[in-house]
Design a protein around this ligand. Structure first.
Ligand SMILES: *Cc1c(COP(=O)(O)O)cnc(C)c1O
Length: 411
């Protein structure tokens, strides 16, 4: 007689026992560049001129070129990139900024930091990104901007959001913290609004542990971003004498120290060498997995908009059909998958009107967020590190989903 199949959670044999690809990763260039930084006398841009441009400047040029924008201002965190973007647009006290109700909490807290109020709106259930119609309906005379978040692996509907922003005279900020290299109709994430904000925190597709960048093609906005990120200073147009500061005190706008150190810039220059190839591998593996999961009646893939031709994967997300998995809650399904795979499998962020930080410090939400709440209870995610493996590991993930689906009544 065949032994009864058992979930790994209940002592059965796990589907996958091998290691998953390491994340974060670095290459030899990181070690070489960090060695040069440590041996030299300039560890950050506010250090003195030593005869060669700061690595931060080198990265700024490369990242702007990568994104297809004229300018890039590297910063210390993605949160700082968002904060600087909002502040550079002159948004603050008395203003409202429209934010999706499903995103990392920093999208909303970056707004509050400037004194403006984040207005949470619902998402499109097919992509989990901000619903342009909900954004349109939330506009008031106080609204100054919309923040579009490209969430997990899908881009927000940028054509519709640009139309809404144009109709109401609003700024459009892209929170591209998860979307390094994603493309909308031939344009890279970050280049489609007034400012694009990236995070290079350690989980993100390009990382220096902590880090970020704000990109724009608007010269005035760029100048303000630069002033905000380095205490009201700008790079001099010509190098100063050796040993003098390269930054000149300009002022005229409230600045902060949001600078990225040279060690971090070294890590980003190294990681950027691999980003296109890693994006290609992640997308190919994700497509393989999505095809392998198509036979499951319990699962629905994320359906990106047609113009989101190239996707960048921060997390692989898959939606769960209502009442699938024998009606078991999605956290129980995630725990079962995790035991089969030896990989953290989890739900989306909480809807922001439910987030403890938001509930304690922010305004009560003006709108109900039914699609965001539904998505939290009906979506399964795992980190892009797993998408850096080979096809057989994708088959293992699919097999784990199908096994848990078969045995869900035991959960
Ligand atoms: C990571 C992230 C941020 C914040 O970036 P930090 O570098 O952690 O400050 C903002 N928005 C989204 C959508 C993110 O994923």
């Amino acid at each position: 007689m065949m032994p009864a199949e058992r979930l790994a959670l209940h002592g059965g044999t796990p589907v996958h026992t091998g290691a998953w690809p390491k994340w974060p990763q670095h290459g030899p260039r990181a070690l070489a560049l960090i060695g040069e930084v440590l041996a030299g006398e300039r560890w950050t841009l506010s250090g003195s001129w030593t005869g060669a441009p700061a690595l931060e400047r080198v990265f700024a040029v490369e990242w702007a070129r990568f994104c297809g924008t004229r300018y890039c201002t590297p910063v210390d965190h993605g949160s700082s990139a968002l904060f600087a973007a909002i502040a550079a647009l002159g948004i603050g006290e008395g203003d409202e900024v429209i934010v999706p109700g499903l995103t990392w909490v920093a999208t909303a807290t970056a707004v509050s930091r400037t004194g403006a109020v984040p207005i949470l709106v619902d998402i499109d259930p097919e992509t989990l990104c901000i619903d342009p119609r909900a954004a349109d309906a939330a506009v008031t005379p106080r609204t100054r901007a919309i923040i579009a978040v490209h969430l997990y692996s899908a881009m927000a509907e940028m054509d519709a959001l640009r139309a809404v922003a144009a109709r109401h005279g609003l700024a459009l900020i892209e929170d591209a913290a998860q979307a390094h290299g994603a493309e909308w109709d031939g344009c890279r994430a970050g280049s489609l609004g007034d400012v694009g904000a990236f995070s290079m925190q350690q989980g993100k597709p390009l990382t220096s542990g902590e880090g970020g960048a704000a990109v724009t093609s608007d010269e005035q906005l760029h100048r303000r971003l630069e002033l905000i990120r380095s205490d009201g200073r700008l790079f001099r147009s010509a190098p100063p004498p050796h040993g003098h500061p390269e930054l000149d005190e300009i002022g005229g706008i409230r600045g902060y120290n949001l600078c990225l150190s040279e060690v971090h810039a070294a890590l980003l220059l190294d990681g950027l060498e691999r980003l296109d190839e890693q994006n290609r591998i992640r997308a190919a593996n994700a497509a393989h997995l999505t095809a392998a999961l198509a036979s499951s009646a319990a699962l629905l893939p994320i359906r990106p908009y047609a113009k989101n031709i190239h996707r960048s994967y921060y997390h692989y997300a898959v939606r769960v059909v209502a009442d699938a998995f024998a009606g078991r809650p999605v956290d129980a399904v995630c725990a079962a998958l995790e035991a089969e795979l030896g990989l953290w499998v989890h739900q989306p962020y909480r809807a922001l009107d439910d987030h403890p930080l938001f509930a304690a410090f922010e305004h009560p939400s003006r709108f109900a967020l039914p699609h965001a709440h539904h998505a939290v209870g009906h979506t399964i995610l795992f980190h892009h590190r797993a998408l850096l493996g080979d096809a057989s590991s994708m088959n293992a993930i699919a097999e784990a989903f199908l096994k848990v689906e078969r045995l869900a009544a035991m959960l």
